[in-house]
Design a protein around this ligand. Structure first.
Ligand code: PMP
Length: 462
Protein backbone atom coordinates (compact mmCIF):
# COMPACT_ATOMS: atom_id res chain seq x y z
CA UNK A 1 0.00 0.00 0.00
CA UNK A 2 1.11 3.61 -0.40
CA UNK A 3 0.98 4.21 3.37
CA UNK A 4 3.36 1.29 3.91
CA UNK A 5 5.61 2.39 1.06
CA UNK A 6 5.85 5.82 2.69
CA UNK A 7 7.00 4.20 5.94
CA UNK A 8 9.58 2.07 4.12
CA UNK A 9 10.92 5.17 2.30
CA UNK A 10 11.19 6.96 5.65
CA UNK A 11 13.01 3.94 7.13
CA UNK A 12 15.50 3.99 4.22
CA UNK A 13 16.05 7.71 4.68
CA UNK A 14 16.35 7.96 8.45
CA UNK A 15 16.99 4.68 10.28
CA UNK A 16 20.46 3.41 10.91
CA UNK A 17 20.27 -0.35 10.51
CA UNK A 18 23.42 -2.34 11.30
CA UNK A 19 25.15 -3.15 8.00
CA UNK A 20 25.58 -6.79 6.98
CA UNK A 21 25.10 -8.68 3.74
CA UNK A 22 21.42 -8.92 4.69
CA UNK A 23 21.11 -5.15 4.87
CA UNK A 24 23.61 -2.82 3.27
CA UNK A 25 23.92 0.21 1.00
CA UNK A 26 23.37 -2.24 -1.88
CA UNK A 27 20.64 -4.41 -0.40
CA UNK A 28 18.00 -2.40 1.37
CA UNK A 29 15.19 -4.92 1.23
CA UNK A 30 13.21 -4.74 4.47
CA UNK A 31 10.92 -7.32 6.05
CA UNK A 32 7.99 -5.46 7.59
CA UNK A 33 6.12 -7.15 10.45
CA UNK A 34 2.95 -6.16 12.19
CA UNK A 35 1.90 -8.72 14.79
CA UNK A 36 2.91 -11.88 16.60
CA UNK A 37 1.22 -14.84 18.29
CA UNK A 38 3.03 -17.80 19.87
CA UNK A 39 5.80 -18.82 17.46
CA UNK A 40 4.17 -16.91 14.57
CA UNK A 41 4.98 -13.50 13.10
CA UNK A 42 2.62 -11.85 10.63
CA UNK A 43 4.03 -9.51 8.00
CA UNK A 44 2.40 -6.25 6.99
CA UNK A 45 1.06 -7.96 3.87
CA UNK A 46 -0.52 -10.72 5.98
CA UNK A 47 2.01 -13.52 5.42
CA UNK A 48 2.70 -15.85 8.36
CA UNK A 49 6.27 -16.70 9.32
CA UNK A 50 7.53 -19.13 11.97
CA UNK A 51 10.01 -17.27 14.14
CA UNK A 52 12.36 -20.14 14.91
CA UNK A 53 14.96 -17.64 16.13
CA UNK A 54 12.71 -16.38 18.94
CA UNK A 55 13.48 -12.79 17.96
CA UNK A 56 17.07 -12.50 19.12
CA UNK A 57 16.89 -15.70 21.21
CA UNK A 58 14.56 -13.96 23.64
CA UNK A 59 10.84 -14.63 23.14
CA UNK A 60 10.77 -17.50 25.63
CA UNK A 61 7.01 -17.45 26.35
CA UNK A 62 6.14 -16.57 22.74
CA UNK A 63 4.49 -13.52 21.21
CA UNK A 64 1.11 -12.07 22.16
CA UNK A 65 0.66 -13.01 25.82
CA UNK A 66 -2.25 -10.96 27.16
CA UNK A 67 -1.10 -11.67 30.73
CA UNK A 68 2.07 -9.67 30.15
CA UNK A 69 0.12 -6.86 28.53
CA UNK A 70 -2.14 -6.75 31.61
CA UNK A 71 0.80 -6.78 34.03
CA UNK A 72 2.38 -3.85 32.16
CA UNK A 73 -0.85 -1.94 31.92
CA UNK A 74 -1.84 -2.31 35.57
CA UNK A 75 1.65 -1.37 36.81
CA UNK A 76 1.79 1.55 34.41
CA UNK A 77 -1.45 3.00 35.71
CA UNK A 78 -0.40 2.50 39.35
CA UNK A 79 3.21 3.74 39.29
CA UNK A 80 4.64 4.18 35.80
CA UNK A 81 8.14 5.16 36.90
CA UNK A 82 10.32 5.48 39.94
CA UNK A 83 13.88 6.65 40.15
CA UNK A 84 14.90 3.52 41.98
CA UNK A 85 18.65 3.15 41.93
CA UNK A 86 19.27 5.23 45.04
CA UNK A 87 17.01 5.32 48.13
CA UNK A 88 13.56 4.94 46.49
CA UNK A 89 12.11 1.50 46.03
CA UNK A 90 8.92 -0.26 44.96
CA UNK A 91 7.22 -3.64 45.15
CA UNK A 92 7.82 -5.13 41.66
CA UNK A 93 11.63 -4.90 41.86
CA UNK A 94 11.73 -6.40 45.37
CA UNK A 95 9.39 -9.26 44.47
CA UNK A 96 11.34 -9.99 41.30
CA UNK A 97 14.63 -10.02 43.20
CA UNK A 98 13.38 -12.54 45.77
CA UNK A 99 11.92 -14.69 42.99
CA UNK A 100 15.15 -14.66 40.96
CA UNK A 101 17.28 -15.53 43.98
CA UNK A 102 14.99 -18.49 44.67
CA UNK A 103 15.43 -19.80 41.10
CA UNK A 104 19.17 -19.16 40.76
CA UNK A 105 21.80 -21.60 42.03
CA UNK A 106 22.67 -20.92 45.68
CA UNK A 107 25.31 -18.41 46.73
CA UNK A 108 23.86 -15.27 45.12
CA UNK A 109 22.41 -12.54 47.29
CA UNK A 110 22.15 -9.22 45.44
CA UNK A 111 20.89 -7.95 42.10
CA UNK A 112 21.44 -4.73 40.17
CA UNK A 113 19.01 -3.98 37.31
CA UNK A 114 19.76 -2.45 33.93
CA UNK A 115 18.10 -2.53 30.54
CA UNK A 116 20.18 -4.65 28.16
CA UNK A 117 22.63 -7.53 28.23
CA UNK A 118 25.34 -5.10 27.16
CA UNK A 119 24.83 -2.68 30.04
CA UNK A 120 24.58 -5.56 32.54
CA UNK A 121 28.01 -6.76 31.39
CA UNK A 122 29.34 -3.18 31.66
CA UNK A 123 27.94 -3.05 35.20
CA UNK A 124 29.62 -6.36 36.00
CA UNK A 125 32.96 -5.01 34.80
CA UNK A 126 32.54 -1.92 37.01
CA UNK A 127 31.52 -4.10 39.97
CA UNK A 128 34.65 -6.21 39.45
CA UNK A 129 36.92 -3.16 39.19
CA UNK A 130 35.34 -1.68 42.32
CA UNK A 131 35.70 -5.04 44.10
CA UNK A 132 39.44 -5.07 43.49
CA UNK A 133 39.80 -1.39 44.44
CA UNK A 134 38.10 -2.07 47.77
CA UNK A 135 40.40 -5.05 48.28
CA UNK A 136 43.37 -2.74 47.78
CA UNK A 137 44.66 -4.27 44.54
CA UNK A 138 43.91 -1.63 41.90
CA UNK A 139 46.29 -3.26 39.40
CA UNK A 140 44.05 -6.37 39.14
CA UNK A 141 41.76 -5.07 36.37
CA UNK A 142 42.20 -6.94 33.09
CA UNK A 143 39.38 -9.11 31.84
CA UNK A 144 39.64 -12.30 29.81
CA UNK A 145 36.77 -13.49 27.61
CA UNK A 146 36.76 -15.97 24.74
CA UNK A 147 37.05 -15.93 20.97
CA UNK A 148 33.56 -16.41 19.48
CA UNK A 149 32.03 -15.18 22.75
CA UNK A 150 29.30 -12.55 22.48
CA UNK A 151 28.67 -10.18 25.38
CA UNK A 152 27.11 -7.14 23.73
CA UNK A 153 27.94 -4.09 21.69
CA UNK A 154 28.66 -1.12 23.95
CA UNK A 155 32.35 -0.17 24.10
CA UNK A 156 32.96 -2.39 27.15
CA UNK A 157 30.63 -5.27 26.26
CA UNK A 158 31.92 -5.08 22.68
CA UNK A 159 35.44 -5.38 24.06
CA UNK A 160 34.39 -8.53 25.93
CA UNK A 161 32.91 -9.90 22.71
CA UNK A 162 35.45 -12.11 20.94
CA UNK A 163 34.01 -12.11 17.43
CA UNK A 164 36.68 -10.40 15.33
CA UNK A 165 34.20 -9.34 12.66
CA UNK A 166 32.36 -7.34 15.31
CA UNK A 167 35.54 -5.40 16.17
CA UNK A 168 36.88 -4.52 12.76
CA UNK A 169 34.92 -1.34 12.17
CA UNK A 170 35.61 0.08 15.63
CA UNK A 171 38.61 0.55 17.87
CA UNK A 172 37.70 -2.38 20.09
CA UNK A 173 38.59 -4.35 22.11
CA UNK A 174 39.86 -1.55 24.37
CA UNK A 175 43.18 -2.18 26.14
CA UNK A 176 42.83 -4.54 29.10
CA UNK A 177 40.31 -6.85 27.40
CA UNK A 178 41.84 -10.13 26.28
CA UNK A 179 40.54 -13.25 24.57
CA UNK A 180 41.44 -16.89 24.96
CA UNK A 181 40.64 -19.83 22.68
CA UNK A 182 36.97 -20.78 22.24
CA UNK A 183 35.78 -24.14 23.60
CA UNK A 184 34.73 -24.99 20.07
CA UNK A 185 35.01 -28.75 19.57
CA UNK A 186 33.84 -28.51 15.96
CA UNK A 187 36.65 -26.07 15.12
CA UNK A 188 39.31 -27.70 17.30
CA UNK A 189 42.91 -27.79 16.06
CA UNK A 190 43.61 -30.87 13.92
CA UNK A 191 46.16 -32.36 16.30
CA UNK A 192 43.55 -32.79 19.03
CA UNK A 193 41.86 -36.18 19.14
CA UNK A 194 39.77 -36.37 22.32
CA UNK A 195 37.60 -34.03 24.37
CA UNK A 196 39.89 -34.64 27.32
CA UNK A 197 42.93 -33.49 25.33
CA UNK A 198 40.97 -30.50 24.10
CA UNK A 199 39.97 -29.46 27.62
CA UNK A 200 43.59 -29.73 28.78
CA UNK A 201 44.68 -27.65 25.79
CA UNK A 202 42.06 -24.95 26.53
CA UNK A 203 42.97 -24.75 30.22
CA UNK A 204 46.67 -24.52 29.27
CA UNK A 205 45.97 -21.74 26.77
CA UNK A 206 44.12 -19.79 29.45
CA UNK A 207 46.88 -20.30 31.97
CA UNK A 208 49.55 -19.26 29.45
CA UNK A 209 47.68 -16.02 28.77
CA UNK A 210 47.31 -15.31 32.51
CA UNK A 211 51.01 -15.95 33.11
CA UNK A 212 52.08 -13.85 30.12
CA UNK A 213 50.01 -10.89 31.33
CA UNK A 214 50.81 -11.37 35.00
CA UNK A 215 48.25 -13.03 37.30
CA UNK A 216 48.13 -9.94 39.54
CA UNK A 217 46.70 -7.94 36.63
CA UNK A 218 43.82 -10.32 35.75
CA UNK A 219 40.49 -9.62 37.46
CA UNK A 220 37.89 -11.82 35.80
CA UNK A 221 36.93 -14.37 33.17
CA UNK A 222 33.66 -13.96 31.22
CA UNK A 223 31.95 -16.88 29.45
CA UNK A 224 28.55 -17.92 28.15
CA UNK A 225 27.75 -21.51 29.25
CA UNK A 226 26.92 -22.13 25.58
CA UNK A 227 28.24 -19.47 23.21
CA UNK A 228 25.18 -18.20 21.35
CA UNK A 229 25.77 -15.49 18.74
CA UNK A 230 29.22 -16.95 18.04
CA UNK A 231 27.61 -20.16 16.71
CA UNK A 232 25.85 -22.21 19.44
CA UNK A 233 28.95 -23.78 20.97
CA UNK A 234 28.32 -26.11 23.94
CA UNK A 235 31.41 -26.79 26.07
CA UNK A 236 33.25 -30.13 25.91
CA UNK A 237 32.83 -32.35 29.00
CA UNK A 238 34.91 -31.18 31.96
CA UNK A 239 35.72 -27.80 30.40
CA UNK A 240 34.38 -25.45 33.07
CA UNK A 241 35.82 -27.60 35.87
CA UNK A 242 39.28 -27.27 34.28
CA UNK A 243 38.84 -23.52 33.75
CA UNK A 244 37.62 -23.12 37.34
CA UNK A 245 40.81 -24.74 38.66
CA UNK A 246 42.95 -22.26 36.70
CA UNK A 247 40.89 -19.26 37.85
CA UNK A 248 41.07 -20.37 41.49
CA UNK A 249 44.87 -20.67 41.27
CA UNK A 250 45.15 -16.96 40.43
CA UNK A 251 42.19 -15.55 42.37
CA UNK A 252 40.25 -14.57 39.25
CA UNK A 253 36.48 -14.05 39.32
CA UNK A 254 34.18 -16.09 37.07
CA UNK A 255 31.28 -14.35 35.30
CA UNK A 256 28.59 -16.47 33.62
CA UNK A 257 26.77 -14.58 30.88
CA UNK A 258 23.39 -16.35 30.84
CA UNK A 259 21.69 -13.71 28.69
CA UNK A 260 20.67 -16.37 26.14
CA UNK A 261 20.85 -19.57 28.22
CA UNK A 262 18.82 -18.24 31.15
CA UNK A 263 15.09 -18.64 31.81
CA UNK A 264 14.65 -22.18 30.57
CA UNK A 265 16.19 -21.93 27.10
CA UNK A 266 18.44 -25.01 27.50
CA UNK A 267 15.90 -27.09 29.43
CA UNK A 268 16.70 -25.92 32.97
CA UNK A 269 16.16 -22.49 34.54
CA UNK A 270 19.85 -21.66 34.16
CA UNK A 271 22.66 -23.51 32.36
CA UNK A 272 25.50 -22.89 34.82
CA UNK A 273 24.66 -25.84 37.13
CA UNK A 274 24.60 -28.29 34.20
CA UNK A 275 28.22 -27.48 33.36
CA UNK A 276 29.37 -27.13 36.97
CA UNK A 277 30.01 -23.42 36.51
CA UNK A 278 30.24 -21.66 39.87
CA UNK A 279 29.96 -18.02 38.90
CA UNK A 280 30.89 -15.09 41.13
CA UNK A 281 28.66 -12.89 38.98
CA UNK A 282 25.96 -13.61 36.48
CA UNK A 283 24.49 -11.60 33.60
CA UNK A 284 20.79 -11.98 32.75
CA UNK A 285 18.51 -10.33 30.18
CA UNK A 286 16.40 -11.37 27.13
CA UNK A 287 14.27 -14.24 28.56
CA UNK A 288 13.84 -12.31 31.83
CA UNK A 289 10.88 -10.53 30.14
CA UNK A 290 10.76 -12.75 27.03
CA UNK A 291 11.69 -9.62 25.09
CA UNK A 292 8.45 -7.80 25.97
CA UNK A 293 10.31 -4.96 27.68
CA UNK A 294 13.99 -4.13 28.13
CA UNK A 295 15.44 -5.41 31.41
CA UNK A 296 18.72 -6.91 32.54
CA UNK A 297 20.23 -8.08 35.81
CA UNK A 298 23.76 -8.19 37.17
CA UNK A 299 23.67 -10.88 39.84
CA UNK A 300 26.23 -10.78 42.66
CA UNK A 301 27.44 -13.71 44.74
CA UNK A 302 27.93 -13.28 48.47
CA UNK A 303 31.68 -13.25 47.85
CA UNK A 304 31.41 -10.08 45.75
CA UNK A 305 28.58 -8.32 47.56
CA UNK A 306 30.28 -8.81 50.94
CA UNK A 307 33.23 -6.74 49.70
CA UNK A 308 31.05 -4.08 48.11
CA UNK A 309 29.03 -3.76 51.31
CA UNK A 310 32.08 -3.64 53.54
CA UNK A 311 33.32 -0.68 55.57
CA UNK A 312 35.24 0.66 52.60
CA UNK A 313 31.96 1.54 50.94
CA UNK A 314 30.50 3.37 53.91
CA UNK A 315 30.95 6.67 52.08
CA UNK A 316 28.78 5.49 49.18
CA UNK A 317 31.70 5.44 46.76
CA UNK A 318 30.04 3.05 44.31
CA UNK A 319 27.81 5.48 42.42
CA UNK A 320 26.38 3.59 39.48
CA UNK A 321 22.93 3.32 37.92
CA UNK A 322 20.62 4.26 35.10
CA UNK A 323 17.45 6.36 34.84
CA UNK A 324 15.47 3.19 34.22
CA UNK A 325 17.25 0.87 36.69
CA UNK A 326 14.71 -1.46 38.30
CA UNK A 327 11.95 0.06 36.18
CA UNK A 328 8.59 -0.77 37.84
CA UNK A 329 6.84 -1.75 34.59
CA UNK A 330 9.74 -3.88 33.31
CA UNK A 331 10.17 -5.68 36.64
CA UNK A 332 6.40 -6.28 36.94
CA UNK A 333 6.37 -7.81 33.46
CA UNK A 334 9.42 -9.96 34.33
CA UNK A 335 7.53 -11.31 37.34
CA UNK A 336 4.47 -12.18 35.22
CA UNK A 337 6.77 -13.75 32.60
CA UNK A 338 8.39 -15.98 35.24
CA UNK A 339 4.91 -16.98 36.46
CA UNK A 340 4.12 -18.25 32.96
CA UNK A 341 7.45 -20.10 32.62
CA UNK A 342 6.79 -21.81 35.97
CA UNK A 343 3.08 -22.53 35.58
CA UNK A 344 3.44 -23.95 32.06
CA UNK A 345 6.68 -25.79 32.96
CA UNK A 346 8.37 -24.27 29.93
CA UNK A 347 11.96 -25.19 30.88
CA UNK A 348 10.85 -28.86 30.98
CA UNK A 349 9.08 -28.42 27.65
CA UNK A 350 12.25 -26.91 26.16
CA UNK A 351 14.18 -30.02 27.20
CA UNK A 352 11.58 -32.41 25.78
CA UNK A 353 10.65 -30.68 22.52
CA UNK A 354 14.25 -29.50 22.05
CA UNK A 355 15.43 -33.13 22.08
CA UNK A 356 12.63 -34.05 19.68
CA UNK A 357 13.54 -31.25 17.25
CA UNK A 358 17.24 -32.06 17.38
CA UNK A 359 16.46 -35.73 16.67
CA UNK A 360 14.30 -34.77 13.71
CA UNK A 361 17.10 -32.61 12.34
CA UNK A 362 19.57 -35.48 12.73
CA UNK A 363 17.23 -37.95 11.05
CA UNK A 364 16.32 -35.70 8.16
CA UNK A 365 19.58 -33.87 7.58
CA UNK A 366 22.35 -35.70 9.44
CA UNK A 367 23.49 -37.72 6.40
CA UNK A 368 23.54 -34.83 3.92
CA UNK A 369 26.99 -34.15 2.41
CA UNK A 370 27.39 -30.56 3.63
CA UNK A 371 25.82 -30.96 7.09
CA UNK A 372 28.86 -31.39 9.29
CA UNK A 373 27.37 -30.87 12.74
CA UNK A 374 24.03 -30.66 14.54
CA UNK A 375 24.39 -29.52 18.13
CA UNK A 376 22.74 -27.66 20.97
CA UNK A 377 20.86 -28.05 24.22
CA UNK A 378 17.12 -27.71 24.85
CA UNK A 379 15.67 -25.16 22.44
CA UNK A 380 19.00 -23.65 21.47
CA UNK A 381 20.53 -25.48 18.53
CA UNK A 382 22.27 -25.21 15.20
CA UNK A 383 23.08 -27.02 12.01
CA UNK A 384 26.57 -26.26 10.71
CA UNK A 385 27.55 -26.55 7.05
CA UNK A 386 31.06 -27.29 5.81
CA UNK A 387 32.56 -27.76 2.36
CA UNK A 388 34.00 -31.09 3.51
CA UNK A 389 32.31 -32.66 6.51
CA UNK A 390 34.93 -35.38 7.00
CA UNK A 391 37.79 -32.94 7.47
CA UNK A 392 35.51 -30.19 8.86
CA UNK A 393 36.86 -27.82 6.21
CA UNK A 394 34.72 -24.69 6.12
CA UNK A 395 33.49 -23.02 2.95
CA UNK A 396 35.88 -20.30 1.81
CA UNK A 397 32.91 -17.97 1.74
CA UNK A 398 31.26 -19.27 4.92
CA UNK A 399 29.47 -15.97 5.65
CA UNK A 400 27.98 -15.94 2.17
CA UNK A 401 26.75 -19.53 2.65
CA UNK A 402 25.29 -18.56 6.03
CA UNK A 403 23.42 -15.61 4.56
CA UNK A 404 22.20 -17.76 1.68
CA UNK A 405 20.73 -20.20 4.22
CA UNK A 406 19.01 -17.41 6.16
CA UNK A 407 17.53 -16.01 2.94
CA UNK A 408 16.43 -19.44 1.66
CA UNK A 409 14.64 -20.09 4.97
CA UNK A 410 13.12 -16.60 4.91
CA UNK A 411 11.71 -17.39 1.45
CA UNK A 412 10.04 -20.43 3.07
CA UNK A 413 8.70 -18.12 5.80
CA UNK A 414 11.01 -19.47 8.45
CA UNK A 415 13.12 -17.09 10.52
CA UNK A 416 16.47 -18.53 11.62
CA UNK A 417 19.78 -16.93 12.60
CA UNK A 418 23.38 -17.25 11.49
CA UNK A 419 26.72 -16.41 13.10
CA UNK A 420 29.36 -14.08 11.74
CA UNK A 421 31.90 -15.84 9.58
CA UNK A 422 30.17 -19.22 9.81
CA UNK A 423 27.79 -21.20 7.63
CA UNK A 424 25.04 -22.26 9.99
CA UNK A 425 21.33 -22.31 10.65
CA UNK A 426 20.74 -21.50 14.33
CA UNK A 427 17.41 -21.74 16.11
CA UNK A 428 15.95 -20.65 19.45
CA UNK A 429 12.16 -20.84 19.15
CA UNK A 430 9.79 -19.97 22.00
CA UNK A 431 9.83 -22.58 24.78
CA UNK A 432 6.12 -23.20 24.17
CA UNK A 433 7.05 -25.11 21.01
CA UNK A 434 4.97 -28.26 20.42
CA UNK A 435 6.11 -31.34 18.51
CA UNK A 436 3.76 -30.52 15.65
CA UNK A 437 5.19 -26.98 15.45
CA UNK A 438 8.68 -28.52 15.48
CA UNK A 439 7.58 -30.67 12.52
CA UNK A 440 6.52 -27.53 10.67
CA UNK A 441 9.95 -25.99 11.28
CA UNK A 442 11.60 -29.13 9.86
CA UNK A 443 9.30 -29.14 6.80
CA UNK A 444 10.18 -25.54 5.96
CA UNK A 445 13.84 -26.15 6.62
CA UNK A 446 13.85 -29.15 4.28
CA UNK A 447 12.24 -27.11 1.50
CA UNK A 448 14.87 -24.38 1.95
CA UNK A 449 17.58 -26.99 2.18
CA UNK A 450 17.05 -28.21 -1.38
CA UNK A 451 18.17 -24.79 -2.63
CA UNK A 452 20.92 -24.43 -0.03
CA UNK A 453 22.39 -27.81 -0.98
CA UNK A 454 22.07 -27.03 -4.67
CA UNK A 455 24.10 -23.81 -4.29
CA UNK A 456 26.70 -25.71 -2.25
CA UNK A 457 26.97 -28.41 -4.94
CA UNK A 458 27.48 -25.72 -7.58
CA UNK A 459 30.44 -24.41 -5.61
CA UNK A 460 28.91 -20.99 -4.98
CA UNK A 461 30.69 -20.64 -1.62
CA UNK A 462 34.02 -22.34 -2.42
N1 PMP B 1 25.30 -11.43 26.23
C1 PMP B 1 24.86 -12.39 25.42
C2 PMP B 1 25.24 -13.82 25.72
C3 PMP B 1 24.04 -12.08 24.33
O1 PMP B 1 23.61 -13.04 23.52
C4 PMP B 1 23.67 -10.74 24.11
C5 PMP B 1 22.76 -10.34 22.97
N2 PMP B 1 22.72 -11.16 21.86
C6 PMP B 1 24.18 -9.76 24.97
C7 PMP B 1 24.97 -10.15 26.04
C8 PMP B 1 23.88 -8.32 24.77
O2 PMP B 1 22.56 -8.06 25.05
P1 PMP B 1 21.85 -6.75 24.47
O3 PMP B 1 21.75 -6.94 22.99
O4 PMP B 1 20.55 -6.74 25.18
O5 PMP B 1 22.70 -5.60 24.84
Amino acid sequence: STAQQRLIDADHAHLLHPFSSLYSQKNKELAFFESGEGIWLTSASGEKYIDAAGGLWCTNVGYGRQELVDAASSQMSKLCYLHSFSNFTHEPQIELTEKLLSLLPSGFDRIFYGLSGSDANDSNVKLIWRYNNVLGRPEKKKIIARESGYHGSTVTAGSLTGITAAHRAFDIPRPGFLHTVAADWHRRPDHIATEEEFVRYLADELEKLILAEGPDTIAAFFAEPISGSGGIIPPPAGYFEAIDAVLKRYDILMVADEVITGFGRTGTWFASPRYNIKPDLMTLSKGITSGYLPLSASVLSERVSKVLYSEAEADGAFGHGFTASGHPVCTAVAMANIDILEREKLPENAAKVGAYLQNQLREQLGDRPFVSDIRGEGLLMTIEFDKDKETRTPFVQASKAGHFAIQACHDEKLVIRGARGRALAAMAPPLTLTESEADQIVERLLRAFTRIEDAMHKGEFD
